[in-house]
Design a protein around this ligand. Sequence first.
Ligand SMILES: *[C@@H]1O[C@H](CO)[C@@H](O)[C@H](O)[C@H]1NC(C)=O
Ligand SMILES: *[C@@H]1O[C@H](CO)[C@@H](O)[C@H](O)[C@H]1NC(C)=O
Ligand SMILES: *[C@@H]1O[C@H](CO)[C@@H](O)[C@H](O)[C@H]1NC(C)=O
Ligand SMILES: *[C@@H]1O[C@H](CO)[C@@H](O)[C@H](O)[C@H]1NC(C)=O
Ligand SMILES: *[C@@H]1O[C@H](CO)[C@@H](O)[C@H](O)[C@H]1NC(C)=O
Ligand SMILES: *[C@@H]1O[C@H](CO)[C@@H](O)[C@H](O)[C@H]1NC(C)=O
Ligand SMILES: *[C@@H]1O[C@H](CO)[C@@H](O)[C@H](O)[C@H]1NC(C)=O
Ligand SMILES: *[C@@H]1O[C@H](CO)[C@@H](O)[C@H](O)[C@H]1NC(C)=O
Ligand SMILES: *[C@@H]1O[C@H](CO)[C@@H](O)[C@H](O)[C@H]1NC(C)=O
Ligand SMILES: *[C@@H]1O[C@H](CO)[C@@H](O)[C@H](O)[C@H]1NC(C)=O
Ligand SMILES: *[C@@H]1O[C@H](CO)[C@@H](O)[C@H](O)[C@H]1NC(C)=O
Ligand SMILES: *[C@@H]1O[C@H](CO)[C@@H](O)[C@H](O)[C@H]1NC(C)=O
Ligand SMILES: [Ca+2]
Ligand SMILES: [Ca+2]
Length: 764
Amino acid sequence: MTSRSLLLATVAFAFSTTAQVTKPPIPGSPQIVENGDFVNGTTGWDSSPPGTIINGMYCVNVPAGAKGNSSFLKTTYNFLETKNDVYTLNFTAMSSIGYDILIQTPDPSLDPNLNMAAALTTSSYPFSMTFSPANQAPNATLEFILGGAPSAATVCIGSVSMKRIDRSGIRQDYGPAIKVNQLGYLPSGPKLATVVTNTTASEQWSLYNAAGDACATGQTTYRGKDDASNQTVSIVDFSSFATEGDSYTLSVGSATSLPFAISSTLYNNLRQDSLRFFYQQRSGIAIDSDLVGSQYARAAGHVQILPNLGDVVVPCQAVHDSLIAYLEPWTCNYTLDVTRGWYDAGDQGKYVVNGGISAAQLLMQYERSLHYGVKNGSAQLGDGSLRIPERNNGVPDILDEARWEVEFLMKMQVPYNSTPQLFNGSYIDMSGLAHHKMHDNQWTPLPTDPSQDPKRRELHRPSTAAALNLAAAAAMAARLFKPFDAAFARKALNAAQTAYAAALKHPAILAPGTDWDLGGGAYSDNDVSDEFYWAAAELYLTTGGLQYLGDLTANPYHTANVSTAFSIPSGFGWPSVAALGRLDLATVPSNISNHSAIVQSVMDAADMLLAVQQNSSNGYDVLLTSYQWGSNSNALNNVQIVATAADLTGNATYRSAALSAIDYVLGRNALAQSYIRGYGTKDTQNVHSRLYAHELDPRVPQAPPGAMAGGANQAASDPPADDVLQGCAPQTCYVDDVNSYSTNEVAINWGSALAWVVGWAASQ
Ligand SMILES: *[C@@H]1O[C@H](CO)[C@@H](O)[C@H](O)[C@H]1NC(C)=O
Ligand SMILES: *[C@@H]1O[C@H](CO)[C@@H](O)[C@H](O)[C@H]1NC(C)=O
Ligand SMILES: *[C@@H]1O[C@H](CO)[C@@H](O)[C@H](O)[C@H]1NC(C)=O
Ligand SMILES: *[C@@H]1O[C@H](CO)[C@@H](O)[C@H](O)[C@H]1NC(C)=O
Ligand SMILES: *[C@@H]1O[C@H](CO)[C@@H](O)[C@H](O)[C@H]1NC(C)=O
Ligand SMILES: *[C@@H]1O[C@H](CO)[C@@H](O)[C@H](O)[C@H]1NC(C)=O
Ligand SMILES: *[C@@H]1O[C@H](CO)[C@@H](O)[C@H](O)[C@H]1NC(C)=O
Ligand SMILES: *[C@@H]1O[C@H](CO)[C@@H](O)[C@H](O)[C@H]1NC(C)=O
Ligand SMILES: *[C@@H]1O[C@H](CO)[C@@H](O)[C@H](O)[C@H]1NC(C)=O
Ligand SMILES: *[C@@H]1O[C@H](CO)[C@@H](O)[C@H](O)[C@H]1NC(C)=O
Ligand SMILES: *[C@@H]1O[C@H](CO)[C@@H](O)[C@H](O)[C@H]1NC(C)=O
Ligand SMILES: *[C@@H]1O[C@H](CO)[C@@H](O)[C@H](O)[C@H]1NC(C)=O
Ligand SMILES: [Ca+2]
Ligand SMILES: [Ca+2]
């Protein structure tokens, strides 16, 4: 079906905060600058004033008082500087007078991709500079800006060499042949490991404790060929071993696993750390060193203190930008205060469509603790449980965290009685809808501290999908905040109802796929009937209103088969949110008449996922059959369905299936990769984020514990992926490189999937 395939196409790219434009990999490391050692004289070079070649160096007599770029040496190269790739420039230089020159690869209107000073002395000195472009620059120039000498100076430059990073030696690291959950296993849970093997025969496995003593043995079970990794695998099942301890290992033949724990409190720290990710992503507030440590502290981002241009008074897109996005000159004549919210991902944009599901999963995690008998559930999410500024305000901290986003969503609403806005050739009243997103008008480099982002922040066109995300999330907040802050609850409900009514009035204002690469992703979605379903469900659960009940029961997603309603097997996500509505209709008390059928549908959905897990071609018990952009979140959203079936029924089969499926993101996968920073021995180091680009700038920290990478992407495309992942089997298409935005980014909607699932696991 067209809409379905369009949807999948959207899932595959719209998480991206950077462009799809990449070149086929360039093998090795070609020289970019021609005639850099000037053996052909000044060919290809231009200078002011004109210079001469002396001893293989290009020498320019810079006059006294020369300002800025009035004196320069430059060359243009026939090469595409690719965003998020890495380049090194070498040259030697000297000057008759010691002073600083500036080296740039400028692109007018965009940030210079390279912009560094070189301190010249009277003897020749070798310089080496590495840079990673924020933007694409075809036929870029390399410029030595020579002005600014204290008096007349002769500057000589030689041995100019520029190359893109050479990744030809990088090989995928598959880790040990035995793949385990490197965090570990619950004593009362299933304990499965996967062994890459050459034999169909059973082999003996041994479990060793920290002292190196064998404490259990058994035989592997041959599973077969794992389709997603192209590996032949057997399974180790040591579920019956329940003695708590750290640093267990498993051995089969000569292979030994990475260490893991067996502990009843296994997921407790991860439950808190997965939520900490959201505090670290907050916009509009200083991140407090007392709460997170000095390395993770930072100034408030986007509070309109220069160089920030937002987010207190944010205009709609300028017409020259919106024309590219909508093929018509949309704008508006108001500004909005859209402070707060979480930065979406590795970028610093804020998107209502993605914010909705992210806030919702945190709210669902809290709401679950009200209705399901969970060990320590509400205590661990309660006031004082998280290291956030609101840890002693009488409100459960997970609600405080979600509110930071919900308030932003509400600020994105189009004001009451606003002037009509252009859509598809006519002016319509968009009051009550929500702007789809707001972000920079151009990409910023990695790293960028949010308080130092100088780009123009712009509101993009309102959309029906954004209005419905606001309606759903704010309706949830309204019922959950009622006991704690009745005024906020009323305000949220009012916003939700207004947004829903506006969406009914304008049911097809779709965000176009063309609105991308102007500093943000498109988040386009051509089917908003699932968003209507979710919003109606949440509004019904909050208000009991019969209009909402009528709307949700008439929605096609209410009667669709479970595969469609729960997005199985691909996994639900920001463009396909019907599952959120269905899960809440099943778990939140209401008077809906066919409640048992709704609960049954969750069980049916879980059974479908059990079949995915038990398929002999699935060697890792992962709840996926394909690996889209952000696949870890799709896998975990499927876990949420099975875990909810366990909550609803108390059936241990669902509980075991959900627990085993979590192993995947913590290392039981083809690469033995823990995708969660700080958890496991072989954990992700170099997530794609402007906050955590340590790999590019050692002054910036690595991501804090609990941040999860997007994971394997069978259509991975970015500079490192293009170099390293050619021909990869789907589950192995992952590279732990800061520039791999298509496999290694962090995002709030992935973090929220993790938070819900590990919160559930911590309660088992
Ligand atoms: C010098 O110019 C010649 C003739 O144009 C060309 O073949 C050669 O590649 C050039 N060498 C360098 C180092 O640019
Ligand atoms: C020098 O800088 C100015 C201002 O940035 C720019 O307009 C001009 O094109 C530059 N000139 C050269 C020769 O690069
Ligand atoms: C650079 O410019 C040349 C000549 O205009 C053109 O042929 C070439 O394709 C351009 N290169 C890139 C990478 O855009
Ligand atoms: C720059 O110089 C370093 C040190 O000599 C060398 O390893 C590197 O390959 C050079 N890079 C380029 C682009 O020439
Ligand atoms: C599989 O066979 C290859 C070649 O005989 C051997 O090098 C490798 O260690 C074997 N792997 C396992 C897990 O037994
Ligand atoms: C899968 O493995 C087989 C046997 O090792 C190999 O011939 C084939 O190329 C692999 N396919 C992929 C997609 O990696
Ligand atoms: C927006 O435009 C309308 C119609 O031209 C005008 O009445 C209104 O005052 C304008 N609002 C602002 C804030 O400029
Ligand atoms: C439950 O919470 C209490 C009090 O916060 C704590 O002492 C205990 O260790 C927790 N138990 C588990 C299993 O997490
Ligand atoms: C724009 O209007 C035309 C004509 O009414 C209609 O056919 C088309 O579907 C509309 N496009 C969108 C994106 O709503
Ligand atoms: C579910 O419904 C969709 C859409 O009608 C259909 O394409 C799909 O085959 C159905 N799946 C199952 C398992 O029945
Ligand atoms: C169900 O209906 C009863 C009777 O109208 C009402 O008292 C109760 O609050 C409703 N429960 C929910 C969860 O809406
Ligand atoms: C638990 O769920 C599984 C999978 O659907 C099912 O086979 C089994 O009968 C259920 N057990 C009970 C006690 O309902
Ligand atoms: Ca609190
Ligand atoms: Ca949708």
